[in-house]
Design a protein around this ligand. Structure first.
Ligand code: HEM
Length: 213
């Protein structure tokens, strides 16, 4: 008698280049948060030690922002279509109790991303544009002549608020990725199990299998 094949069926969710793009973005955001926080309040100044002191942190921080911006543009181009809002996303959102209770059977079939992931995606997109725009306006080394002191004050305030918001959105993103078992593998190995795809992103799996979108 043939022994049953016990290897789980796997489905490719991300290519190697999409994963590399994602991790460059993720590392940049962590470095930006650390260097930004170190300049934010005197009690966090000790964090400048990670970047070689106060002067170099101030010099490096905007450049990491530039890396994050262009890296995120790559993610945006790859994923914005799959994050476009659909009518079923409203239904999914209205059933948050079932989402949190893990009762996926009561939810509409989900495509590549659910409504929560889409909200995170669009919030990140908006906040990163706000961060780069306000960051450039307050980047004295190159742009001091283009803004008045008043404008720069407003830009710094907007930058700080957007930075705190993006850190909160990032915490939600990471928490959700850890909370839903089997999700991290999508961004590390590029693979998820067939069961994961069937349970959480059935519409996407159907489209993959049938080749129809
Ligand atoms: C450092 C911690 C991070 C972890 C552990 C993490 C983990 C993940 C995982 C597991 C996925 C796959 C989710 C799925 O396919 O269902 C994902 C997707 C994604 N991540 Fe992250 N991530 C991190 C940071 C970031 C940052 C900093 C950004 C952007 C600023 C980001 C943007 C994205 C985007 C755009 C996607 C595609 C999902 C979508 O378009 O909604 N991630 N992440």
């Amino acid at each position: 008698m043939a022994t049953p094949n016990r290897e789980p069926i796997t489905v490719t969710r991300y290519t190697a280049s999409a994963r590399a793009n994602h991790w460059v973005t993720a590392v940049s955001l962590v470095l930006l948060a650390l260097s930004g926080l170190s300049l934010f309040h005197p009690s966090l100044f000790f964090l400048t030690g990670l970047f070689g002191g106060g002067e170099s942190t101030r010099a490096i921080h905007p450049w990491i922002g530039v890396v994050l911006f262009f890296s995120f543009c790559g993610l945006f181009i790859r994923f914005f279509r799959a994050n476009l809002w659909e009518r079923t996303d409203n239904v999914w959102l209205s059933k948050l109790r079932d989402v949190l209770g893990g009762h996926d059977e009561n939810l509409p079939e989900v495509g590549k991303y659910n409504a929560g992931q889409k909200l995170v995606f669009w919030l990140m997109s908006i906040l990163i544009v706000v961060l780069i725009a306000s960051g450039v306006l307050s980047w004295d080394q190159y742009f001091a002549h283009y803004t008045t002191v008043e404008q720069k004050r407003v830009a710094i305030l907007v930058h700080d608020v957007a930075a705190i918001a993006v850190i909160c959105v990032w915490i939600v993103h990471v928490y959700a990725a850890i909370w839903l078992r089997g999700t991290i593998g999508a961004m590390t190995r590029g693979q998820v199990t067939g069961g994961w795809a069937w349970k959480h992103h059935r519409k996407w799996l159907r489209e993959l299998v049938t080749g129809k979108s």
